[in-house]
Design a protein. Structure first.
Length: 340
């Protein structure tokens, strides 16, 4: 590939929208600055713990995602892990999940080029309401040309002509940062894609080494970081919260929490009492704006959404108590730290 790829026009008007009932309003609020070239600003700072915007009683609270200027619900739907969204041959269940998410007010959808059929499933439902959602995908390719190829494939699968957020996926080592920002690195694809308006914002993700993510935020102007934020990770010898969040706040980077329930392991007997504690812990951390959580069934998704609707920031004693409950199970609940 010798030159930037010209922006493609993907057909979205004929997308399948089976069973999505829009009615008066599935999405209770359109995305702030969704159609604008320049994001709106907000007086809310990422360091404010109680920075959720007022919403109707049945709505999901929202926060401004750092310097993107975009207001997103504090809960988004994850497209990988224990969910039919990433399972081959589960299209019917995946579509039911996506429809339920939309009906219940989810407007932030997270997927990746490597998440099996996830992008394709989302591409069957989301295009008809593209301007009302925040759509994120990822690439694990570190060089310009291969990152470009994955971006094009993601856009085609998702049946859209732009991403709200394109993320550099599971960055684990310093030499990967070197490759991204070096000659013909993925950063070149980022800048070219931004120029062509194929992506609005760019992020970095990782669940292995927090110092690598922190260095990435210092080295490149990422808009967001997707990192583990849970009570068990606080006991790890190299925890993410004290290493990454201060750097993110200094640069007004939007923080997206992942591994919030640690694939449900935090709910084993003798650990946490349920999603209310797990979600409350993660979203009460200063500088965290939203969380991406997968669901196995629509019923589980609705339960998670109800927890998000009822969220209130926890006090320091409450946070300390939740962290203490995970003290004897932190290794089981930080299993993902071995992934690279």
């Amino acid at each position: 590939m010798n030159r930037p790829i010209k922006r493609r026009k993907f057909l979205i008007t004929g997308a399948v929208t089976t069973g999505v009932v829009i009615g008066g309003s599935i999405l209770h609020k359109t995305l702030t600055s969704a159609d604008a070239d320049t994001p709106v600003t907000s007086s809310t700072t990422p360091s404010e713990k109680a920075n959720s915007q007022p919403v109707p009683p049945t709505g999901i609270p929202e926060r401004v995602l750092g310097k993107t200027g975009v207001s997103v619900p504090i809960l988004g739907l994850g497209g990988a892990g224990q969910t039919p969204l990433s399972w081959t041959g589960r299209e019917k269940e995946a579509i039911a999940m996506i429809e339920t998410a939309l009906q219940e007010g989810i407007r932030y959808f997270d997927t990746a080029a490597s998440y099996g059929p996830s992008e394709g499933y989302l591409g069957k439902i989301l295009p008809s309401m593209r301007q009302d959602i925040f759509l994120a995908s990822k690439t694990a390719k570190l060089d310009r040309d291969n990152a470009w190829r994955e971006l094009e494939r993601s856009l085609k699968r998702l049946n859209t002509d732009y991403l709200d957020l394109w993320q550099m996926h599971h960055i684990s080592f310093m030499d990967e940062l070197d490759q991204i920002t070096g000659n013909n690195g993925a950063a070149k694809a980022i800048e070219e894609a931004k120029d062509q308006k194929l992506i609005r914002f760019v992020g970095i993700t990782g669940h292995h080494e927090p110092d690598v993510i922190a260095e990435g935020l210092r080295r490149y102007p990422f808009d967001t970081a997707l990192i583990p934020v849970n009570a068990a990770d606080s006991h790890h010898p190299r925890p993410f919260i004290p290493e990454v969040l201060p750097v993110a706040q200094e640069n007004n980077v939007g923080i997206i929490a992942m591994k919030v329930p640690a694939y449900g392991r935090l709910f084993k007997p003798g650990v946490l009492d349920g999603m209310q504690q797990a979600f409350g812990y993660s979203l009460s951390q200063q500088g965290v704006h939203t969380a991406i959580i997968a669901a196995e069934t629509p019923e589980q998704l609705i339960s998670n959404i109800n927890v998000a609707r009822q969220f209130q920031p926890l006090s320091e004693p409450e946070l300390a108590q939740i962290a203490q409950q995970t003290a004897n199970a932190w290794e089981d609940n930080t299993f993902f730290r071995a992934w690279t």
